[in-house]
Structures are given as C-alpha cells and as structure tokens.
Design a protein around this ligand. Sequence first.
Ligand SMILES: *[C@@H]1O[C@H](CO)[C@@H](O)[C@H](O)[C@H]1NC(C)=O
Ligand SMILES: *[C@@H]1O[C@H](CO)[C@@H](O)[C@H](O)[C@H]1NC(C)=O
Ligand SMILES: *[C@@H]1O[C@H](CO)[C@@H](O)[C@H](O)[C@H]1NC(C)=O
Ligand SMILES: *[C@@H]1O[C@H](CO)[C@@H](O)[C@H](O)[C@H]1NC(C)=O
Ligand SMILES: [Zn+2]
Ligand SMILES: [Zn+2]
Length: 457
Amino acid sequence: MSAERLLLICLFLQGGLALSRNFWHITDLHWDPSYDLSNDPKRVCNSSGIRPAVQAGPYGDHACDSPWNLINSSIHAMKDILPNPDFIVWTGDDTPHVPNQLLGEESVLRIIGNLTDIITEVFPGTKVYPALGNHDYHPKSQLPGGPSYMYDQTAEKWKHWLDLESHQTFKNGGYYTEKLLNRAGFRMLVLNTNLYYESNKVTQNDEDPAGQFSWADGVLTQAAARKEKVYIIGHVPPGMFEKKRSKPWYRPQFNMRYLELIQKHHAVIKGQFFGHHHTDAFRMFYDSNDSPISTMFLSPAVTPWETTLPGVKKGANNPGIRIFEYDTQTLLVQDVVTYYLNLTRANAGRDRWEKEYRLTESFQVADASPASMHQVLKGISEDRCRLQQYYQFNSVNFDLSECDKECRADHVCASREVDFHLYERCLAIEAAGAGLSGGLLSILSMAASILFLFARQ
Ligand SMILES: *[C@@H]1O[C@H](CO)[C@@H](O)[C@H](O)[C@H]1NC(C)=O
Ligand SMILES: *[C@@H]1O[C@H](CO)[C@@H](O)[C@H](O)[C@H]1NC(C)=O
Ligand SMILES: *[C@@H]1O[C@H](CO)[C@@H](O)[C@H](O)[C@H]1NC(C)=O
Ligand SMILES: *[C@@H]1O[C@H](CO)[C@@H](O)[C@H](O)[C@H]1NC(C)=O
Ligand SMILES: [Zn+2]
Ligand SMILES: [Zn+2]
C-alpha cells in the first residue's frame, strides 16, 4: 500500500472516530457503609435485613448493597476501560436499602458526598451530569416539590459539575438543564422523576410537583425553536417493571403526562437514560401511527442487591456499568456496550470487569435508534433465542433460567407499552395467544433453537 493511500485511510478513520464518541452511564451504586465481612452472615450488612449474606466476599453479596470495595472497583474499572469519556451520566440511588432510622439527613448527604468525591477524584476533568434517585433523600422517596435543605446541600456538593443556572434551578426542585458540553445546539435535561414515584407521599396531591412538567415542556419547546437536540436523564422511569406483572412506579396521572411530554417533543429528544430498576431493559415510545419515536435505556445497577419486592423471583443482578456510543452531530445513539463483574468470580479473587455484550452485535441491528430498538423488541417477542439472550442480559447474567411464555409477556409488554392501559391490553393479547405463538410457530421456533444449540457445540 502506498503511503498516500495509507494516509487517506487514516484520515477517513479519524473522521469516523471524531464523529462517534462515547459517554458512561452509571446508576444505583447504593453504598452500604455497614458492610463488614468479619461479622456472622446475618450481620454482614444492614441492607440484608433478616436475610443471611451466605456468599459474602470482598466485592459484596446478593443480599447486601455495595461494599466500598465494589464502589471503588466500579469507578476504577470505568477509568481503565474508557478513561476519557465525553461526559458521565450518573442517575442516582447512592445510599443503602435500610430503614430510615438507620440513616438520617446527614448520613444520606455524607454518602452522596463520598460518591461524588470518588467520581471527581478518578475523573477530575470530566463533566458529570448527576440526577437524584429516590434513595438520595431523607426520608427516602419523600422528595418535595419545592426548595429544601437536602436539595440545597446536594447542589453544593455538585457545584463543580453544574453551571451557575443549573445550580439555582436544582435548589427549587432537584432538576436542571444546560447545554450539553456547553455546545450550541445540544442540551441535557435532568429530571427529578422521584416526584412522580408512587411511594412519594408528599407530592401525591400535586398536579405538577415542583412545576417540573410545565418547566420541561417550556425547555423542550424552546429547544425546538432553537433547533437543539436533547438527551433526558432521570432516575425512576415511567411504565411497568418487567420483573413484576402490572407493577408501575409512577402514579397514573404522572405516567400519562410523562408519555405526553415525550410524544409532543420527540422530534428534539434523541435519547432517554434512566435507572432505578437495577436491571438492563429499555422502553419504547410510539406515535399515533405506531411508529417508534423514542427509546428510554434503563441501565443495570452497580449494587448486586436482590430486591425484596414481593412476587419477584431471582431479583438480583451482577454489577454492571455501561458505555453509550453516540454521533456527536445528531446525538443518535449508535451503540450500547455493557461491562460487568461476575460477583462470584470476583469474590473468589478475580476482580475483572469484562465486556458483557455490544448491542449491535448481539441483536444484529445497525444502531440503537428507535427504529433499531423496535427491531430488537420484535426479535425478543418473536424469537426464543433472542428472548433468552435478552433475559440473561436483563439480570446481567445473574439469572440464567429459561424465560417462559409468562415471562416473555411481562418483558415484551413492559418494553412495548409505557401507557398502563395499553400494557394491560398487550398482556391480554399475549394471553390469548395472538402474540404470534401459534402452535406450529412455537414448534418451529423450538426446533430452530435446538438446531442452533447443536450448531454452536
Ligand atoms: C447496623 O445497624 C445497627 C443499628 O441498628 C448498628 O448497631 C450496626 O452496627 C449496623 N451494622 C451492622 C453490620 O449490622
Ligand atoms: C481502589 O481501586 C484501585 C484500582 O483497583 C486500587 O489501586 C485502590 O487500592 C483501591 N482503593 C481502595 C480504597 O480500595
Ligand atoms: C466519606 O466522607 C467523610 C466526610 O464527609 C469522610 O470522613 C469519610 O472518610 C469518607 N469515607 C470514604 C470511604 O471516603
Ligand atoms: C461466574 O463465575 C462463576 C464462578 O467462576 C461461574 O460458575 C459462572 O458460570 C460465572 N457466570 C457467568 C455468567 O459467566
Ligand atoms: Zn436503586
Ligand atoms: Zn431507585
């Protein structure tokens, strides 16, 4: 190859690389400062409640929230894997799952401060967009729709990341917006959706807590006028929990308003990034013609803590962290790469974060646009192998059991329908068997799965 030609190829590659950049998304770190291996299994950590931590090791246990060692390991793994991201999205839940009496305002603030410190120390020059989780308040989940001591104090801890205006806005209701990386034409919208959480008693009678919906509507209307492209981040997502049938997080009126907000402004919204589930999932948004218009990515948690929600089976996960690759000009999400720590293996002495999967490879799509994510969902609902693959990723390789017909309905309907009524209708259609699993088809797909398994041996 001539030198000239080589140079051309290099320039081309550089151009391509310059367009596609990446950011980290981390969520639900839930540090438990009480984690102590020297105690007996029932007293290793306060977040286990009455459950014994039978496999407790230096990196944690599925009955417990994260020991400091796991927090430290996850932030350093980010630094090793991708030391210079464009920015970091951090969607909250910093404190352990313990009764309110074991925390208090100052403990919650100290924990938020400790996590803020380690992220700042490991990524000193990197812009971080933090959002509040329902556990980043005392008492937990009771975030108010107006100024508060906790909002003020948290704003102070995040002062070095927020611009001046965000810092002020945050104090009014825990939300803010600013230009994405200070670039004209690009915007980050950070919501405090804990205001819509059904466990939040203090906002339940407000029509629009903290005026956040009308504020966000204004921000997005102005963004459209200025031809901006917008990312939305937050903690508690709308829609249903895929691991528990008909389990919503938002109160119904708030769920409807969130959906309307996205449907009205989807043209400027280029991605939504949330946490709270601790699972790896996504939510589709459609217009009135059933065309995919937006996707919400739910990233897995760092904490391996098994949920205590009644009725959820195997509700734990391996610790996960995630890179989004995006086009810096269009903000199109091009790919999603998830890394994880096999907790069992880490506790046995091999603390190695490994790549779990790359979305475009594992699901054979061109990118992570709404149209492609719709294809991913179609694959999950029609192809047993895809469903199984998705299901294992959902718990970050913790639950490797088979996702059966009921399980498929739960996951497919939660991904497809954010609207509560349409979700119930989706379940009814699945139960009636019209969801494509006619007898012949399921036999055919089972045969295909078996062939596939043999082909892989
Ligand atoms: C848990 O909380 C109790 C207070 O109820 C405290 O005495 C104890 O030290 C904490 N830590 C552990 C590991 O139990
Ligand atoms: C944090 O992790 C880094 C990298 O693995 C390690 O060098 C350091 O000793 C750890 N610090 C603590 C307090 O565990
Ligand atoms: C957490 O922050 C407090 C100060 O607020 C400090 O005393 C403590 O050492 C920190 N803990 C860790 C693990 O960094
Ligand atoms: C995690 O590690 C354990 C112990 O080495 C192993 O048995 C298990 O298969 C691993 N899980 C995955 C998903 O690789
Ligand atoms: Zn959480
Ligand atoms: Zn949460």
